[in-house]
Unconditional design. Structure first.
Length: 134
């Protein structure tokens, strides 16, 4: 039986969504939900939880344009650790933000408050290289 991996990809850049779509299968992802705001990502995480499902992978950016309107990746991290039960949380989170201050804070918050989640930081510029099959 084929392992089906579902993922959530959060970024406000259309170019990044397109680039990620080109490498998504190299991560073993069968279904990828794209979100452009923190609120969309939080809604998708909650919807999956209500359906008794969870994302295997979540790729999170921090800077999403207008913080007031779109939120930030940290809002998504807070939602994951504060609102989701451990069985509803993504199994793995990759913080792909290029923000050298906020990205490490996102990783630390996840590691401190949700140690059940495998958390890594791979800046988007490196993510494209990382995702390519050998």
């Amino acid at each position: 039986m084929e392992s089906r991996v579902n993922a959530l990809f959060l970024d406000d850049s259309d170019e990044r969504h397109e680039a990620f779509s080109n490498i998504v299968r190299s991560f073993g992802i069968v279904k990828c939900i794209h979100a452009r705001t923190a609120w969309e990502a939080i809604e998708q995480l909650a919807r999956a939880a209500l359906q008794g499902e969870r994302f295997e992978l979540a790729f999170l950016d921090h800077d999403l344009g207008d913080d007031e309107k779109n939120g930030t990746g940290m809002d998504v991290v807070d939602s994951i650790v504060d609102e989701l039960e451990p069985a509803e949380r993504p199994r793995e989170v990759i913080v792909h933000s290029e923000n050298v201050v906020a990205a490490p804070r996102m990783v630390v918050r996840l590691q401190d408050r949700a140690p059940d989640i495998l958390t890594r930081r791979i800046p988007f510029s490196q993510l494209l290289q990382y995702g390519r099959p050998a």
